[in-house]
Design a protein around this ligand. Structure first.
Ligand code: C5P
Length: 408
């Protein structure tokens, strides 16, 4: 169980048992594995005498609610506190993590999703749920993550939080950072497009880290399934042309530009105004015969967004990104010089455990007179190191060259 996994990872654990949890597990067994008395009642005079509920809320370095039901999520999202757990949630300053466990229809219900969104906005982090076959026979999302996964996720989240508050230096307070992230979609016709596998995770993690370092952050994002980091302004775009325009409009007010977007290099020369129909066989009536050479798409080159930023008269400090499958460092060094970038961050996307879509990444940072290889780690931890590197190089550049401060 999760309590055991946490203790094995070295944590001290105090268990709060809700009324519904006590239908599944006894206080006695939880007391045995946690090594501490189990609390379940807000008004238990004996328990309150040894550690009052406010004291308990202050004692924790982290609060993990696992499993969390739809009802608990609803109570927390609306600030209701009818029992000990919900009261602790309101009283604690510690980061709160929720591992939902419920039927897939309950998880997917708009009310539960509204509550999830509200809780995320309030700073709660979710672990899972996982998808698969459920106790009720349904298949879908709603399964609580395995105890070992929860213990690991909690350790990573706490390490990230500690690093975030201690290691983002030098500060970017007062600096304006613009980041492009995600893929672009290039329309072929009203229903189809050309795109790529970028998830946006690394760009979003960099936006969160830059914000944590004190910067004012604008995230120009292609279509992704990610929530905007707290306190970051997001400009949603679809195509490379839209991204280019959004960036150009803001470049004069930017101190540091980080291009992480996987911009489509080409777009269809003409976008069909109606859905392109498949042509079958020899052709009949108004249908033309099938062209044996297949459908030809004429592509034209997209603007190079980052190269245009690097050439702009009010040039900010420019950081690019390179995803390569071979000759990784060689291509990246060339790209930095060719696009006139101050720095380039490069990752090897031939390794499926890192890069596109995955939660981890390993990146080498390259600048004019140095290189630094950062080992594989969760993208949000890596982002903190990357922002630290960028802030250091930016400060050095400001001190020695003629970087122009952004205008208001
Ligand atoms: O040339 P390549 O696409 O590999 O270069 C990657 C870098 O250039 C990334 O920083 C990416 O965001 C940026 N880029 C861009 N506009 C393009 C193509 C790439 O800003 N059209």
């Amino acid at each position: 169980m999760t309590v055991r996994a946490l203790r094995q990872a070295g944590a001290e654990v105090q268990v709060v048992l809700t009324a519904s949890a006590s239908q599944f597990v006894t206080a006695t067994s939880l007391q045995a594995v946690s090594g501490n008395p189990v609390r379940s009642d807000l008004w238990d005079p004996a328990a309150e005498a040894s550690m009052g509920h406010i004291e308990l809320a202050r004692w924790a370095d982290a609060v993990l609610i696992a499993p969390a039901t739809a009802n608990t999520m609803a109570l927390l999202a609306t600030g209701q506190a009818p029992d000990l757990l919900t009261t602790l949630y309101l009283a604690t300053d510690a980061p709160v993590f929720i591992a939902p466990a419920m039927n897939q229809a309950m998880w997917l219900h708009p009310a539960t999703q509204r509550n999830r969104q509200q809780l995320q906005q309030d700073g709660v982090e979710f672990f899972g749920p996982g998808a698969g076959e459920q106790a009720c026979g349904d298949i879908g999302p709603g399964r609580m993550l395995e105890p070992a996964e929860l213990a690991e996720a909690l350790q990573t989240a706490l390490a990230t939080a500690t690093q975030r508050t201690t290691s983002v230096s030098p500060s970017l307070a007062g600096k304006r950072v613009m980041i492009t992230a995600g893929p672009t979609q290039e329309a072929i016709d009203p229903v189809r497009y050309i795109s790529n596998h970028s998830s946006g995770k690394q760009g979003y993690a960099l936006a969160a880290a830059a914000k944590a370092a004190g910067a004012t952050v604008t995230l120009v994002s292609g279509p992704v399934a990610l929530d905007c980091p707290q306190g970051v302004e997001r400009i949603a775009v679809t195509s490379a042309a839209e991204m280019h325009q959004a960036v150009q409009q803001r470049v004069a007010q930017t101190d540091i530009f980080i291009g992480v977007a996987a911009v489509a290099d080409y777009r269809p020369a003409d976008v069909a105004t109606q859905k392109i129909k498949k042509v079958d066989g020899a052709g009949q009536g108004d249908k033309p015969a099938r062209d044996p050479s297949g459908l030809q798409l004429n592509l034209v080159e997209n603007p190079d967004i980052i190269a245009a930023v690097a050439k702009s008269p009010t040039r900010p400090f420019v950081v690019g990104f390179a995803a390569e499958t071979h000759n990784t460092l060689g291509f990246a060094r060339d790209k930095r010089v060719r696009k006139q970038l101050d720095m380039i961050l490069v990752n090897d996307v031939s390794d499926k455990s890192i890069g596109f879509g995955s939660d981890s990444n390993a990146i080498t940072v390259i600048w004019a007179d140095g290189e630094l290889a950062l080992p594989s780690q969760p993208k949000d931890l890596l982002a903190i190191e990357l922002i630290t590197q960028i802030a250091e190089r930016y400060a050095a550049e400001l001190a020695t060259t003629n970087l122009q401060p952004a205008v208001n």
